[in-house]
Write a protein that binds this ligand. Structure first.
Ligand code: SF4
Length: 378
């Protein structure tokens, strides 16, 4: 690993470390393609985030350090990688964060890190930042990354300080994981801490306010979309995770031989795949679809050309037409082009005793709504 550069200004370090934190996505709704990759034009460590309730806020998002002792093949920060390495000290990060917070530029912190020596040494630094912020009476949002292999004690400390924690699962299943990293153990370093976080945040009343998220890197291993979707389903249902994020592996970031597996796929295809996984995830979380209902091709993958909800509608003609004036919300939500907001508006009109004769009665015509016309009656 390259030596850590010590004589850098804080803004120089933040430029490097926030750039390297862009692959950690746990801070956006990602209802639109590439939404989670936007950054502020002036301060690259300020990320606009869409809230689940609507509206936007800004997070201060950075790594504490981009040094790392691990060898994950897809990661530009792996031990054999060649980024300019640097590290923020907890005190300097806290001071800078608070000056941004007090000037109203940001409302919370998203903090991750490469592995500085050992998982628990890294956790000590991450938790120290959160502790200093809480001691400074900062009561806002803090999302902390849990480092793979962290001890139970370090995890408990993170949960006591944060509003949200996440440990990246990276891929679906042990076999796929082994193909990507030999320095981490899937059961011990990844699944065990995720299960512990789930237990603590659901069984211990002190930590029920804490959300757990995770992230898959998509397309670096040979996993299918079916494997990712089935894993996601279990993470939501059995371990009650709040959100799952998908990060498209981009050719050239990892080890050169990893790119060989993409001989027939461009980076644009991988980004589209990522977007389709978000759409499938949205169907499971918000639209009442079960994992086995998500339409897949014979290879177990989502269509790159058609969104999964529209594909499901095409494959299930018997379900339609849906009656806009009579059917329940769960049926309305299965119609391509009708989302949560539109379904709510339809129900509102019905509650007011209004007869809907056309979707144009509810909303200005648009391309998305146009999709609904073949599947509905009034
Ligand atoms: S542990 Fe994290 S930072 Fe280190 S190589 Fe793996 S993915 Fe990259």
């Amino acid at each position: 690993m390259q030596a850590i550069k010590k004589d850098l200004q804080i803004t120089e370090k933040l430029s490097i470390l926030s750039q390297d934190s862009q692959y950690d996505l746990a801070c956006a709704c990602a209802t639109q393609e590439n939404e989670h990759r936007k950054r502020s034009k002036e301060d690259k460590w300020v990320y606009p985030v869409t809230l689940p309730t609507g509206g936007t806020t800004f997070l201060f998002k950075t790594l504490l350090s981009n040094e790392c002792v691990n060898n994950c093949k897809y990661c530009p920060l792996r031990i054999a990688g060649t980024p300019q390495r640097c590290r923020l000290e907890p005190q300097e990060l806290v001071k800078t964060f608070l000056s941004y917070y007090h000037s109203g530029k940001i409302s919370g912190l998203f903090l991750s890190s490469g592995v500085m020596g050992t998982p628990d040494n890294t956790m000590e630094h991450i938790n120290r930042v959160a502790l200093l912020l809480r001691r400074a009476q900062f009561k806002g949002y803090v999302h902390l990354k849990v480092i793979p292999g962290a001890s139970d004690g370090a995890i408990r400390q993170s949960i006591a300080l944060a509003n949200a924690v996440s440990l990246n699962i990276e891929t679906a299943g042990e076999e796929n994981f082994k193909a990507l990293s030999t320095s981490k153990n899937y059961q011990k370093d990844i699944l065990r801490p995720i299960e512990l976080i789930s237990k603590l945040t659901h069984d211990d009343y002190r930590y029920k306010r804490v959300h757990q998220t995770t992230q898959f890197v998509v397309g670096a291993a040979q996993e299918t979309d079916k494997q990712i979707i089935d894993y996601s389903w279990n993470l939501y249902k059995k371990l009650k995770l709040s959100r799952i994020y998908f990060s498209a592996y981009q050719r050239g970031l990892g080890e050169p031989d990893l790119a060989a597996e993409f001989s027939d796929k461009s980076n644009a295809d991988i980004l589209t795949r990522e977007h389709r996984l978000y759409q499938a995830d949205w169907l499971m979380r918000k639209y009442g679809f079960r994992a086995e209902e998500i339409p897949l091709n014979s290879e177990g993958n989502l269509s790159l050309d058609t969104d999964p909800k529209e594909m499901w509608a095409r494959l299930n003609p018997d379900f339609f037409p849906v009656n806009i004036n009579k059917d329940e919300k769960n049926r309305l939500l299965r119609v391509p082009g009708i989302g949560q907001i539109m379904a709510e508006r339809i129900l509102e009109c019905r509650n007011q005793g209004l007869k809907i004769r056309s979707l144009d009665d509810i909303r200005k015509p648009n391309k998305i709504l146009e999709k609904a016309r073949d599947y509905i009656v009034f």
